[in-house]
Each structure stands twice: as C-alpha cells, then as structure tokens.
Design a binder for this molecule. Structure first.
Ligand code: MN
Length: 711
C-alpha cells in the first residue's frame, strides 16, 4: 500500500502547486473513517481508497480528484456524512464525493445487462463533473484488479460483465484507451478464462517464432525516418491486447497468424508537420496496403482521438500497421479526458492552433454550468435530450426530455398507460402531467375503470403514448358520435310522430353520403347532418315548413318541450361532448345542447347568454339531461368582488376550501383602489355543491358579491 508521503510526493512531482495539506488530511481522514474494516482480500479496507488515489495520481489528475479518491467510500460505507466532509474539505470535494456516492448507488439498483446502454447514458447524464467519472473508473479498475478475492462466482461474473458492458465503453467514450484496455482485459480474464489463455499462448508462440524480427523492423523504420529528415522520432512496437484479438476473431471469423495481427507499430514525433512528413517517408519506402490509411488528425474521432493510421508491407516483407502521432496526441489517446489536467498544469505545448480543441475543452470543463452544458459541448450530447427514470423494481426507462408520468406508464406497458390514474415519483404522489427528472423512481397507480383521457394528449411527448391515446380517442369518438346520433335521430322521429325504425333510414343513406346506418348516426352525432334533415329525407311527403327565426325564449321552451331528453351519460367530455366555457354547466343545472358541425354537442346552461346567438338555428338545439351516475369532477365558475384589504383573498380561498371546493383557476379581472373583481374556477361535484359554496361566501363579511358566471 502506498504510504502517505509517497502519494503526496507523486502528486507534487507533476503538480508543484497541489494542496499538500488537503492530501494529508484526506489520507488520515479516510484511514480513521474506515478503521478496522477489511476487504475480501483480507487487507485493511483503507488500502482500497489509497490504491484508487494512486491510480488517479498516475493519471496525473489534480489534487481534488486524488482527495476524492481517498474519500470516495467514506459516505457510503462509514459513519462519515457529506456535512462532515464539507466541514473538513469544503464544497468542491463534497460535490465530487457526493457524485461518486450517487453513482455507486445507481450501480446497486439494476443489474440487467440488457439495460447496459441506458445505464451508461445515465451515468454520463448524472455526472455533474467529469472528475466524478474518472474517480469512479479508477475505483472500478482497482475493484477489478482485486476481483479474484471475491468468493462468489456469480458476483465476480456480474461485476466483470458490468465492467465490460458499461465501464470499458465509458472509458472509451472519454478517450481513455489505457483504462479501457485494462478494464477489458481484467473482465475478459473473468468471463472467458480459457479463450484468453489460448490467445495468450498463441501470441507467445508467434512472438517466439518471429523472435528478432520486431527489433529489426523498429531499427529499420527509425533509420528511414532519420534519413528522411524527421528528427526526434521514437518508434515502438506494442502487442495488441488479448481481448482486442478476441474481438477481431469474433467479428471476422479469422485466426491470427501474422505479425500485423498481434503487433502495432507506433511512431511518435514532435509536431503535426512531422506526422505527415513521417507518413510520406513510410509510404514511399514501402508498399501501401489499400484501405488501411486513416487520417484522424484532420478528422479526430468523437472522443478526440487523433493519429494517422496506415498499413504497409514493411521491412522483413511483413504486413505491419503503423500509427503516427505527436507526444501530446499520444497522451490524449492513452489518458483521454484525464490528459487535459496534465496540460492545464502549465505545459506550454498546448499553444498552437492545432490545440484549439483542447483549450476549448479545458475551458468548458472550467466553466460548464452543469452536465447538460458539458455534454453538449463535448460531443456526448446525444444523451442530454434524454431523461432516465426507474421502475420500482429498478428497471431503467429512457425517455425524451420533457416526458411525463403518462409517457413513463406507456413506456412500461401500453396497458399500464391506458389505465393509469396517478403516479408516485420518489414516493410522493404527483399529477400525471408531471415531467420526470433524471434518476426519478416512478410508480404508476392504475385502475381497471380508467381509460385514456383526451387531455393527456396535450402533455405527452412520446410517440407511443400519443399514438395509443389518439387511437383510443378515435374509436371512442366514433362510438360516442354514433350513440349520440342515434339518440338524436330517434328523437327527431318522435317529434315527427313517426314510429322509429331503421328501414326508412337505409333508403336515404346515399343522400347523406353514408354507407351504413351506423355511419349515418355517427354523422348526425358529429353534427354533419341534423336529425330533422334525416327525418325529412326519410319522409319527404310530410315536409314541415322550414325552421324560421324564433325568439330566444321560444327556442328555450322548444328545447325543453316534454320530449325525452338525450342522456349525456357515458359521453366523455372532450370527445362527442363539450362543456361550454362561458357558463360552466354543472350536474343539477338545467342544460341544453348545441350541435356544432364536426364537433358533436356543446352543453350550456339553459340561461346562458351565449345561447342568444343560436336563436335563429333551432335545429341545432338539443334537449339533453344529466345522467344520475355522474361522479366526474366538474368545473364551476364564479365572479367574486372583495374589498381590497389585507387578508381578504385568504379568507375567500379558505371559505371555498372548507366547503370542499378545489380552486383550479383564479384570475383578477378588474382592480380598483377599493375592490378586486376575481374570476374563480372551482372543481365541484354538482350545482348543489357550488350553491353551498356561494352561500358560504355570501355569509362571509369580507366578500362583497358572488355570482355564477353566465356566459
Ligand atoms: Mn470504492
């Protein structure tokens, strides 16, 4: 285990300004906090955070990252709290430790590998500071290095699988090739020990067989470059990892026999000009293997990897692969994001225009307000328009940003979406329209009696939810129009003194462009044809004189003639039926329906002032009646005047609340120095409920006047 002064000296070796005091405090703090805890290896637990800090120091990260490495398990595994950390180490370290702790908790939530991709995105989305991820990766690397101490086969395999599926790709995304290779190789050893052993044996055999070739190639390449005028070129050979060979064999169904299969040669030079110069020398000295040349300098990979790749038939007549890069490109390729701290701490080599991207990235890291901004600027933006939430079982659901509880319900299962009545987010009951945040745990409450509501369509954002809701509304709407239309036609028959029968209707289908009687009902329900027009067509000889302009009173009386009213039971508001926004009819009110072309029926109270404009079209009036089984919530609207004095508005809302009325909207429509006129929408059961509220308001001295809105 690395000792305290060794760790401090290592950090000081690359960062002379590092906060020595904080490093020392963290070392001692972690040692005390973990106390007598022991790892599976039998080592004191404290050795783990120290090793993690050591890995971070080898990556030359800043002191804050090293301190976080030392403290990363204290909040999760000891009695230490974030407040304690804050007192001793300040807000920056607290934020970093909190981030690592949160990531560890997510890790415990779900172990389904099929969700690996989502999980990886979640990890990215939830990392406020890229250093959180770096500490987490170092933590994982040390856990993988000590994996063999864990006794349970299943646990070892799960951790290895997770490393392969999540952490290695994450390291790659951050451009950390070395970290990725190490994680993959350790996971590979656990998951496929036999395959790895045979690949390594084969590699050793080929290496021994070609003994002497590699040094000759290195010397030859170096000589050619020097003759060509590239100064300071360093040529090296690197064995490919067992896992990368294995991957290639999986992909291409090949065995490996050639040098190019197990070695890659690398040329490191001073600057970008030298890179292309070296490429020219190699291409003119050797035959080029077609299709192997790639210029990642002019077009870097999304993770900022930059190099020239080429393949040639090299010295010794062997096919070889060569990577050409500057030293800075090399560090970035090996360390990825982690390399940026190295350059931040004073190396003057990042000045040229070719390092603009690096400076920009550092700038973003310094100034990014949050994960969204960072992700957006570093090409990881593919995740920032998404939000990730958990089911109660810990399954991860990925949704577009802005998604609501209803979207979540539909994403889990169409049935759950269709029947959802409520949602609990992080155990708190919330409205279905609530937008989800990253990491929310969502529990959907369902009821067999529930059906999709047309109002949901206004706030859902996923295609699946919208399609299901629309389809339901379409089928439902047709049924509703059909029922309503049948009732209207039956009523029209009665008014004409005709016995109702569908036969005369079949004869006039063509007149109304319908192919079935049901189509005709639906058309009438939708207001595309009137009941009277249908009856007149069916019985032309008894044609009554055309409806003429009548007085409003007469229209009202006619509508409420002793015909049997059309019951609005079972009609869903928002489909074939609409409640007028002018008078807000409530169960118990005397009501009348106005047929609106293409929309169905709008319900008004019989005394609504708006009805005046329909006085000259009596054929659109429809007698309707409330059904008894109505237990829906209705909205009543009041106009209230109160004196402009402190506390009066409070008294007003208190009275309404005490009477069980829920205020859904409140608007000041007029204000003078003495009075406020206020419009209030209240959710009530029926007109009696609203009348009770009105009476209670009138009984209160601070309220000047209360009236129901009349259109
Ligand atoms: Mn740990």
């Amino acid at each position: 285990m690395m000792r305290q002064f060794e760790l401090v000296e290592l950090v000081k070796s690359y960062d002379a300004n590092a906060d020595e005091g904080a490093l020392n405090r963290a070392y001692v703090y972690s040692m005390k906090a973990h106390g007598a805890q022991v790892r599976a290896s039998g080592d004191p637990y404290f050795s783990h955070p120290v090793e993690v800090a050591g890995i971070l120091a080898q990556m030359k990260l800043d002191a804050a990252s090293i301190v976080t490495g030392l403290l990363h398990d204290t909040v999760e595994d000891t009695v230490a709290t974030l407040d304690d950390i804050d007192r001793v180490f300040g807000p920056e370290i607290t934020r970093l430790v909190d981030g690592v702790t949160k990531l560890s908790r997510i890790e415990l939530q779900s172990d389904q590998t099929k969700q690996a991709e989502n999980f990886r995105k979640l990890v990215l989305a939830m990392s406020e500071d890229i250093r959180v991820l770096l500490v987490k990766l170092a933590d994982r690397l040390h856990n993988m290095q000590t994996l063999h101490f864990i006794k349970s086969d299943e646990k070892r395999r799960r951790i290895a699988r997770e490393t392969m599926d999540i952490y290695a790709p994450l390291a790659e995304r951050l451009g950390m090739q070395r970290m990725k290779d190490q994680l993959e190789d350790l996971a590979f050893a656990e998951l496929h020990p036999d395959a790895r052993a045979s690949i390594l044996a084969r590699r050793d055999f080929l290496r021994d067989k070609g003994a002497g070739i590699v040094p000759r190639i290195l010397a030859e390449l170096h000589r050619k470059l020097e003759e060509g005028g590239v100064a300071n070129a360093v040529v090296s050979g690197r064995e490919k990892s067992a896992y990368s060979i294995w991957r290639k064999m999986q992909r291409k169904n090949v065995t490996f026999e050639q040098l190019a299969d197990l070695m890659a040669f690398r040329v490191m030079v001073d600057d970008v000009g030298d890179c292309y110069h070296a490429l020219g020398i190699i291409h003119s000295a050797y035959h080029v293997v077609p299709g192997r040349f790639k210029d990642y300098i002019s077009t870097p990979k999304p993770n900022n990897y930059r190099s020239l790749h080429t393949g040639v038939i090299g010295p010794e007549q062997q096919r070889i692969e060569v990577q050409i890069r500057t030293r800075e490109m090399h560090d970035v390729a090996e360390l990825g994001v982690a390399a940026h701290w190295t350059y931040k701490h004073g190396a003057p080599t990042t000045e040229g225009p070719q390092y603009r991207w690096l400076r920009e990235l550092l700038d973003i890291l310094d100034h990014a307000a949050g994960p969204e901004e960072f992700l957006e600027h570093t090409k990881l933006e593919m995740f920032q328009d998404q939000v990730f939430a958990f089911t109660p079982k810990g399954d991860l659901i990925a949704l577009p940003r802005g998604a609501t509880a209803v979207d979540f319900a539909y994403a889990v299962h169409s049935e759950i979406g269709d029947t959802c009545v409520g949602a609990k987010i992080n155990s708190r009951l919330v409205p279905l329209r609530t937008q989800l945040q990253n990491g929310d745990q969502v529990e959907i409450v369902t009821s067999k009696a529930q059906t999709p509501s047309p109002t949901w369509e206004r706030f859902v954002v996923t295609g699946k939810a919208r399609a299901r809701i629309r389809r339901f509304i379409r089928t439902q709407q047709r049924t509703q129009y059909l029922d309503l239309g049948r009732a209207i036609v039956q009523k029209a028959f009665r008014q004409e003194g005709q016995e109702f029968s569908e036969r005369p209707l079949e004869a006039v289908l063509k007149t109304f462009n319908c192919s079935t009687v049901e189509d005709l009902y639906a058309a009438v329900g939708q207001g595309l044809a009137t009941g009277r027009a249908v009856v007149n067509a069916a019985f032309p000889q008894q044609h009554e004189p055309k409806a003429k302009v009548v007085s409003l009173d007469r229209a009202r009386r006619r509508a409420k003639r002793n015909d049997i009213a059309v019951p609005i039971r079972g009609l869903i508001p928002g489909m074939a039926l609409h409640f007028a926004g002018c008078c807000h009819p409530l169960p118990g009110d005397r009501i009348v329906g106005i047929v609106t072309t293409g929309k169905g029926v709008t319900i008004h109270t019989i005394d609504c002032e708006t009805l005046e404009s329909f006085a000259d079209t009596p054929e659109r009036w429809l007698d309707v009646a409330w059904s008894n089984e109505d237990d829906a919530v209705h909205v009543g609207r009041l106009n209230v005047t109160i004196a402009n004095e402190p506390g009066n508005l409070g008294s007003l809302t208190t009275v309404i609340g005490k009477q069980g009325g829920n205020i859904s909207n409140l608007k000041i429509t007029n204000r003078s120095s003495d009075f406020f006129e206020i419009m209030i929408d209240i959710e009530v059961g029926d007109v009696k409920h609203l009348t009770t509220i009105i009476a209670a308001l009138r009984a209160n001295p601070v309220i000047n006047s209360v009236e129901r809105a009349r259109g």
